[in-house]
Design a protein around this ligand. Structure first.
Ligand SMILES: [Zn+2]
Length: 269
């Protein structure tokens, strides 16, 4: 405790000034004053002490800001885990782990990175990644999400077929969550990835229900950015969802087709 009991006698007369300099750290003018210690272990001694340096204050402020940022990241990570439908391999999908195998995948990676780097809530844009199975479209969508979540944004990734299964489960009597709760999160979140659009089961009635659920979400998210992935080409997607829904889906949407060989079966061929 004695160590902390630093009591200075501040002498304001110019005669106590030893030197002045500009601190490299805080850019403040620091004055070195010859100061008589009036308490503590060094009582009675004279020391040259710096006055005016803000480095310590700035370090404390930076530390507090860092802790706050980390807290927001953890909260967003928790939100993402809770609301997303993820399989084992998807938890580690980032840009670092996406290895392009051809020109098309390289371009898709650059477009997705560009999308993440230029993400802003004020000018929301959607992204549609199309192409056949196994080209890493979901991986790229997840990479965007992981980057934005680290930056403090809220994000959810859902596979459309898994989402529909989850919604059906909410209709049961002893369901954990209500349909409204599930939909509310998807509408609220800053960035949403709807993975595998058009792959939902198309029974005669199930199909129209699925389509109406998806477009309820898209409709409610107008003005908020969404990433879509689909295995269908433009024409098939248009037929699947109908003309009106298709034009709503494509509004303010950057569309990119990924080509190549399924990376999951490629090594078996
Ligand atoms: Zn300083």
């Amino acid at each position: 405790m004695q160590e902390l009991l630093f009591l200075f006698q501040t002498q304001n007369s110019d005669s106590s000034i030893v030197s002045r300099y500009t601190c490299d750290g805080c850019l403040e003018t620091v004055t070195i004053r010859r100061t008589k210690i009036i308490g503590g272990r060094d009582k009675g001694m004279e020391k040259d002490l710096p006055y005016g340096c803000k480095c310590e204050d700035l370090a404390i402020a930076a530390q507090i800001k860092g802790r706050r940022t980390r807290r927001i990241q953890l909260k967003q990570e928790e939100w993402f885990q809770h609301h997303s439908t993820l399989n084992e391999s998807q938890t580690t999908a980032t840009f670092d782990t996406y290895v392009p195998e051809n020109q098309s995948q390289q371009e898709a990676k650059l477009v997705a990175m560009d999308y993440a780097n230029n993400f802003t809530k004020d000018k929301p844009q959607n992204l549609l990644l199309s192409g056949s199975y196994g080209l890493g479209k979901s991986h790229l969508a997840l990479s965007v999400l992981h980057q934005l979540i680290s930056a403090g944004h809220s994000g959810i990734f859902v596979s459309v077929p898994a989402l529909l299964t989850k919604l059906k489960a909410t209709y049961k009597k002893d369901a954990d969550a209500s349909e409204d709760e599930v939909l509310e999160a998807l509408i609220q979140t800053e960035i949403l990835a709807l993975d595998d659009l058009g792959a939902e089961h198309r029974g005669s009635e199930g199909g129209s229900w699925a389509t109406s659920v998806i477009f309820q979400i898209i409709d409610m998210r107008i003005g908020k950015p969404t990433i879509y992935t689909t295995n269908l080409d433009g024409g098939s997607l248009r037929m699947r969802v109908g003309e009106r829904n298709f034009s709503r889906l494509m509004y303010n949407t950057k569309s990119l087709k990924v080509t190549g060989t399924d990376r999951r079966i490629r090594h078996l061929l």
